[in-house]
Design a protein around this ligand. Sequence first.
Ligand code: S3P
Length: 178
Amino acid sequence: MNDSNIILIGPMGAGKSSIGRRLAQKLLLPFKDTDQEIRRGAGVDIGFIFDKEGESGFRERETRVLRELAKGPVAVIATGGGVVLREENRRLLKDSGTVIYLETSVQWQLARTQAGKHRPLLEGVDAEQRLTALLSEREPLYLECANIIVNTDERRVASVTDLVLAHLRDAATAGNSS
Ligand code: S3P
């Protein structure tokens, strides 16, 4: 079941990092997070990269990190909400593991993005409008990449993780019997 990456995609506030961390513990795999790798590589936070290099500079860094993570070793990988925007990234995601789309309504995204974490795309704008616009642009791209879809509305990290594990087990069983 764990011979390729488990990759979490979905919008800001879907719970990708928290669920990814727990999933990795359960699967005894390393956990990687593209945003964290970008921060580590740059030595500064994501807001600073957006300020200095614009979104396009950030997207370049995101693709470079994804290419590196796709090479292995096998891990649970949480991605940033905009990772699906580039065609190259979508190909990398699909080719390097099982892609899980953590589907989340704008209302739940809003509730989860209020607290903490610096998110430049939500700064100085109406967050509900921005999240709605981003979701309508990106939802088809998340769906295009997804092997498994799990809704995270009203669910805690532990329960979403259990659902993802159940889907992975089902997928492995279906794969073995065919
Ligand atoms: C972004 C989402 C963020 C981060 C960056 C851009 C996006 O990650 O990559 O601020 O384009 O939706 P999270 O989805 O983990 O918040």
